[in-house]
Design a protein around this ligand. Structure first.
Ligand code: FES
Length: 312
């Protein structure tokens, strides 16, 4: 672990020596956040509690309707990043009114704090559901992200109570501290998505294959069997279902699970990692945590060989 002095030095080295002071402060804060995140990701002491809480959340969200609702499967988009915008926006506006508004905006600021608290509930529930599908470093960072958000929300609740009982200054201070905790937690959430690829589409960078490409002998794919092939280096899952050849990208959109290691359930394939369930005919997820369609491939048989190309 870097000593505080080491962190400062590392942060100071990020920019040229003649940078203005405000930029150096920015580099220093970025260095601190980066180092703290790195340290959190290595804290194995968090694993027992993370594992226990994660198993409780997994159990609570296991019914398909609950998982679909919290993941955003019904939206065709992850719910959590959208759900967090409302409380963060409300609390930011409340603090803006506290700083820039006068006595006439105190009631509006109090309402904004309350709206933020209420809308943080679905944001937290969707985040917990997403987090329960992570492991290792991502699960540790996600746990601290959740704790930071809980601290921030608790302070906003206390702020609302203080404002309602006429202790406006105390309420303003609590909101300010709460927003700070939320911002720190938000950094970790962004790190999970943008640096560690949690809940991003794992097929986003697959290059489409425009021409029919030979991938297997027709006899190699029997009814109900899941076969992995490559079409110009892109892994594709082939199966024969009710006599018809079907092909989906083999890499699960949710977190990169291998669909060819899953199983068929009715007219769908089930991912072995977190049980996302995709229709074989069009790749649509009928059970989360996946929220986006699994890419489908056109299939044809020519002279006893199977050919595929990306669906238009
Ligand atoms: S990787 Fe999570 S459901 Fe497939």
């Amino acid at each position: 672990m870097l000593a505080p002095q080491g962190v400062v030095q590392a942060a100071a080295q990020r920019g040229p020596g003649n940078e203005p002071r405000y930029r150096k402060v920015g580099y220093l804060m970025l260095g601190l956040l980066t180092t703290a995140t790195e340290q959190i990701s290595k804290m194995k002491s968090l694993d027992p509690i993370a594992k226990q809480v994660s198993s409780w959340v997994s159990k609570a969200t296991s019914p398909a309707a609950v998982k679909n609702a919290l993941s955003g499967t019904w939206l065709d988009h992850p719910l959590h990043p959208m759900a967090t915008d409302v409380p963060i926006g409300a609390w930011t506006m409340a603090t803006t009114l506290d700083v820039c508004g006068g006595e006439s905006t105190q009631t509006a600021a109090q309402h904004l704090v309350g709206i933020g608290v209420l809308t943080s509930l679905p944001a937290a529930a969707s985040g917990a559901s997403d987090w329960s599908d992570t492991i290792g470093k991502n699960r540790r960072i996600g746990l601290v992200h959740a704790v930071g958000n809980s601290v921030g929300t608790t302070m906003q609740v206390a702020s609302w109570c203080a404002r309602r009982s006429g202790r406006h200054r105390l309420g303003v201070g609590l909101s300010f501290l709460g927003l700070g905790a939320t911002m720190g937690a938000t950094y970790l959430g962004g790190h999970l998505s943008f640096a560690r690829g949690v809940n991003v589409n794992h097929t986003a960078f697959e290059a489409p294959v425009r021409k029919w490409t030979d991938v297997a002998a027709a006899d190699d794919v029997t009814e109900g069997q899941l076969v992995r092939v490559n079409a110009n280096k892109t892994p594709v899952m082939l199966t024969r279902h009710k006599g018809q050849l079907r092909a989906l990208s083999a890499t699960c959109v949710h977190a990169g699970g291998a669909l060819d290691e899953g199983h068929i359930d009715k007219d769908c394939v089930v991912c072995p990692l977190h049980q996302s369930t995709f229709r074989l005919s069009d790749g649509k997820p009928v059970r989360g945590p996946a929220t986006m369609e699994q890419p489908t491939w056109d299939v044809q048989t020519m002279d006893g060989r199977i050919q595929v190309k990306s669906a238009a």
